[in-house]
Design a binder for this molecule. Structure first.
Ligand code: DGJ
Length: 729
C-alpha cells in the first residue's frame, strides 16, 4: 500500500496490493480530475487521459467554452450548478436561495492509518494496514471548504472514500446533496449489478445492460431497505465469477441512499453513491462541519470472486468489532416461528429444556414479552415485562434458563411506538409525524422521533434497564416499519430536512452506547428480516438477521446475494419447521441444517412439537456446526454454481486460510430423471496439495479438483443437500 503525490506532475497515486487509483490537479483553477482506477500500475504518467489537451481545453486556455469543459471533465468530486449537467455529488443552497458551487484543490495531507468519522460507523485500520489521503478543496464564493478522504489498505484491494463539508463563511448555507464518492470513467460497455428484493425476498442479484442516461438504485424509506441495497457494481460484459473487470461501491450507512451510474453523451460513465437527496436539507452554520458517510470501493480484474474476496476481507478485519468478531456464536433457538405471541414462562422453559438436551446453547425470547403485547397491534414503547405471561418476572425466567446451562437472549424494537401504548398516550409528539396530519401507520405502529435527545435517552434507558435486570447475553434489535410523514414536533422549520439523517445518527448513538455498556453482549440487528443488512449495522453487530424467509430453497438466492458482499459469519440463518411459514414448502430437515450452516446457524421452531425424526437429527446438526463453524466463519468463500442462474442446483465452497481443508455445499433443487453425477470445479485450493474426501478413500490433487473438477453424485429426491469435506493429506 502507498499514497504518493508527484509534485511536478501534480498527480496523486494510491496503491493497494493489486490496484491503483490516480487523480490529477489541472489548470490555474486547480480542478481535481479522476484519471484511473484499475489494475495496479507502477507508471503514473497517465494524466493525458483527463483530455485537457482536447477541445474545449481548460478554462484558462478557452474560457469561452467553460461550460463544455465543466460538462466533459472527469471530476473527482463534481459539484452542481455551474455547467456540469451530469449528476453532481454536491449541491448547496445559500440563504439568498442560490445554488451552484465548485471545488478547487487547495492542499493535502497524507496520514498514517485512518481517522474515524464523527458519529458514523466506518472501516478502520492501523498504520500498518492502511494510510489516508486528505485533499482539501474550497469554494471561496460560497465560503465552503470540502475535504475528501481516501484510504488505501495493505491487506485487501479496497479504497474507501468519505467527504467532510465545512462552512468557513459568515452565513449559514444549506446542503441539499452530499454524495460520498464518484468515479468518472470512460464507458467500457458495462453491465450493472445490483441487489433487489422485497420483504422475505431480500438481495436477489440483478444484472442488466447499462444504457445512456441515469440508472440508479435507492432507498428513501429511512433504512437501507428490503427493496434496493446500498451496493452497485459496474462490470465489463465478459464478467463472470472468475473473469472480467468489476468496479463496486458499497455504502457504510443504514439510511437513505442513492447509487447510480450515468452514461453521458460522450460515452463517459459517472458512478456515484451517497445519501439520497430526497427530503435531505442540512443547515450548516458558520464554523460547523458535516461528515458524509463512507463508501467502500473495490476494483477486481478477477470477476465477482475477486470483488467478494476483497469485501469479505475488509469487513472481517476492518469493520466488525467486539467480543464476537471472531468467536463461535452460541447455537440459539428463537421462539418466533415456534409460538409467535402466544407463550408463557412455562412454554419457553419447555422449549429450553428440550433444546438444551439436544445441545442448543441459547434461548431467545422474541416479540411479545412486554406491556399488553399479545399481537403486533400495540404496546411498542412500553418496555415493561408482562408478568401475566412471565410470572415471576424476567429474572426468574433467565435464571431458570441459565440453570439448564443455556444463555438467554431477548428481542427489542426500540425505535418504535404503537398508537395503542402508554408511551404514545403520554407523549404523542414523540412519534415522527407532520404536525396536524394523521400519520400513516404501518404494522399499526409509528416511528419514534430520534432527533430528540429525551426520546433517545428514554429508549436507551428502557433497553439498558432490562439488560441490567437479568443475565441477558444476546439482543435481537428489530425495526419493523419504514419511515413516512417526515416531520418532527421539535426541529425548527429550516431543519426538518435533517430528520432522516439525524434519525440514523441516533440509531448509531444508541447502539454505540449499548455495546459500550454491555461489551460482552452478542447483538444481532434485524429489520423485518433483512431490511437493514448493511455495513453500517455490521459495525455494531457481528451478525444480522438475513431474512424472515427461512425456507431452505428461498434462502439459496437470498444468501447468495448477501454473500456476494458480506462474510458468511454475518448472515443470521436458522432451521425452521415445515411446511415453511412463508412459502409452505416442505424440505428435508437435513437440507435446512446444511443451508443454515452457511450462516450463523440456529433454530426457529417448537422443538417440543416437531416430528421425532427431525428432533433426533438435531444433535448431529449441532455436532456439524461445532465441527465446521471455524472454517465457515474464517475461511474464504467461493461461489461455484448459482441456482438462480442455472435453475437446477446451487453450490458454494469455503476454503481454510492455509488451504488445508475445504467444505463444499451442493444443493439440488428439483431432481431430474436419468442423471448420474455432476462435475463441478472447485476453487481456491493449493494445486500441489492432495485432498482426501472425508468418509471415503478418494484422494485428488488440488490441481485436478480445480482445473478438471470432481463428481458429485446425483441425490435421489428434491431439495437434497450434501456437504463434502476435503482435507489435505
Ligand atoms: C420481524 C423479525 O424479522 C422476526 O424475526 C420477528 O422478530 C418479528 N419481527 C417479531 O415481530
Amino acid at each position: 500500500m502507498s499514497i504518493t503525490y508527484f509534485e511536478n506532475e501534480r498527480i496523486f497515486k494510491l496503491d493497494t496490493p493489486n490496484t491503483s487509483y490516480i487523480m490529477g490537479i489541472v489548470d490555474e483553477e486547480n480542478f481535481l480530475g479522476h484519471v484511473y482506477y484499475g489494475k495496479r500500475m507502477e507508471d503514473y504518467h497517465v494524466d493525458y487521459l483527463m483530455r485537457t489537451q482536447e477541445p474545449p481545453f481548460v478554462p484558462s486556455k478557452n474560457n469561452r467554452e467553460r461550460c463544455s469543459f465543466y460538462d466533459t471533465f472527469p471530476f473527482e468530486y463534481p459539484t452542481a450548478g455551474l455547467g456540469d449537467y451530469r449528476e453532481s455529488c454536491l449541491s448547496i443552497r445559500t440563504e439568498g436561495g442560490h445554488c451552484g458551487c465548485s471545488f478547487s484543490y487547495v492542499s493535502h495531507r497524507i496520514l498514517e492509518g485512518k481517522p474515524s468519522l464523527t458519529g458514523l460507523p466506518a472501516t478502520f485500520g492501523d498504520k500498518d494496514s492502511c494510510m489516508t489521503l486528505e485533499i482539501t478543496g474550497e469554494d471561496k464564493h460560497a465560503g465552503m471548504r470540502v475535504k475528501l478522504y481516501y484510504t488505501a489498505f495493505s491487506d485487501t484491494d479496497v479504497i474507501t472514500r468519505s467527504v467532510k463539508i465545512e462552512n468557513m463563511g459568515e452565513k449559514p448555507f444549506y446542503l441539499t446533496k452530499v454524495f460520498s464518492a464518484c468515479l468518472d470513467m470512460d464507458n467500457q460497455d458495462f453491465d450493472m449489478i445490483s441487489l433487489h428484493g422485497s420483504w422475505a425476498r431480500e438481495r436477489h442479484i440483478q444484472r442488466k445492460t447499462l444504457g445512456y442516461g441515469i440508472q440508479n438504485v435507492s432507498s428513501f424509506r429511512g433504512e437501507s431497505s428490503h427493496q434496493d441495497h446500498p451496493f452497485l457494481a459496474l462490470v465489463t460484459k465478459n464478467t463472470t465469477q472468475e473473469t472480467g473487470e468489476v468496479y463496486a461501491m458499497n455504502f457504510v450507512y443504514s439510511g437513505n441512499f442513492r447509487a447510480q451510474a450515468e452514461v453521458s453523451q460522450f460515452d463517459g460513465v459517472r458512478m456515484s453513491m451517497g445519501i439520497h437527496p430526497e427530503n435531505f436539507c442540512w443547515k450548516l452554520m458558520p464554523g460547523e462541519e458535516f461528515q458524509a458517510p463512507e463508501v467502500v470501493l473495490v476494483y477486481s480484474d478477477k470477476g465477482l470472486d475477486g470483488m467478494t474476496t476483497s469485501f469479505h476481507h475488509l469487513y472481517k478485519n476492518h469493520l466488525i468489532r467486539g467480543e464476537y468478531k471472531d468467536k463461535k456464536r452460541p447455537i440459539l433457538i428463537n421462539n418466533w416461528e415456534a409460538t409467535y405471541f402466544d407463550f408463557t414462562t412455562e412454554k419457553l422453559l419447555a422449549i429450553a429444556r428440550e433444546a438444551s438436551s439436544l445441545g442448543i446453547e441459547m434461548l431467545v425470547m422474541d416479540d411479545g414479552w412486554f406491556g399488553k403485547r399479545s399481537s403486533d397491534n400495540c404496546a411498542l414503547g412500553d418496555w415493561v415485562v408482562n408478568e401475566e405471561k412471565l410470572p415471576g418476572g424476567l429474572k426468574y425466567l433467565v435464571d431458570e434458563v441459565n440453570k439448564l446451562g443455556m444463555k438467554f437472549g431477548i428481542w427489542f424494537e426500540p425505535e418504535m411506538i404503537s398508537p395503542d401504548s402508554d408511551l404514545y398516550r403520554s407523549h404523542p409528539d414523540w412519534a415522527i409525524a407532520i404536525p396536524g396530519r394523521v400519520a400513516t401507520e404501518s404494522r399499526q405502529q409509528y416511528v419514534l422521533d430520534l432527533s430528540r435527545k429525551e426520546v433517545v435517552d428514554y429508549v436507551y434507558e428502557c433497553v439498558a434497564g432490562i439488560l441490567r435486570s437479568a443475565n441477558i447475553e444476546y439482543v435481537k434489535w428489530d425495526m419493523n416499519r419504514q419511515l413516512t410523514d417526515l416531520g418532527s414536533y421539535e426541529l425548527p422549520e429550516d431543519r426538518q430536512g435533517e430528520l432522516y439523517h439525524r434519525y440514523v445518527l441516533a440509531v448509531y448513538e444508541l447502539q454505540d452506547r449499548l455495546t459500550k455498556e454491555f461489551p460482552h453482549l452478542l447483538l444481532e440487528n434485524c429489520s423485518g428480516g433483512g431490511a437493514r443488512f448493511d455495513p453500517g449495522m455490521l459495525y455494531f453487530s457481528p451478525q444480522i438477521w438475513c431474512s424472515d424467509d427461512t425456507d431452505a430453497i428461498e434462502r439459496l438466492e437470498i444468501q447468495e446475494g448477501t454473500a456476494l458482499i458480506y462474510p458468511l459469519s454475518t448472515m443470521g440463518a436458522h432451521v425452521s419447521d415445515c411446511p415453511n411459514h412463508t412459502v409452505g414448502r416442505v424440505t428435508p430437515f437435513e437440507t435446512r441444517g446444511i443451508v443454515a450452516l452457511a450462516g450463523t446457524f440456529g433454530y426457529e421452531l417448537d422443538v417440543t412439537k416437531i416430528p421425532k425424526e427431525d428432533r433426533d437429527m438435531i444433535p448431529e446438526q449441532v455436532a456439524m456446526y461445532h465441527k465446521y463453524n471455524d472454517l465457515v466463519r474464517r475461511g474464504d468463500y467461493y461461489r461455484i454454481a448459482s441456482y438462480s442462474q442455472n435453475h437446477k442446483f446451487d453450490c458454494w465452497e469455503i476454503v481454510s486460510e492455509d488451504k488445508g481443508e475445504a467444505l463444499v455445499t451442493f444443493v439440488q433443487v428439483l431432481n431430474r430423471a436419468n442423471f448420474k453425477s455432476r462435475r463441478i470445479r472447485l476453487k481456491g485450493l493449493d494445486p500441489r496439495k492432495q485432498y482426501r474426501v472425508e468418509g471415503t478413500e478418494e484422494c485428488y490433487s488440488g490441481e485436478a479438483l480445480m482445473y478438471a473438477g470432481m463428481h458429485i453424485s446425483n441425490p435421489w429426491g428434491d431439495f437434497k443437500a450434501q456437504l463434502i469435506h476435503l482435507y489435505s493429506v
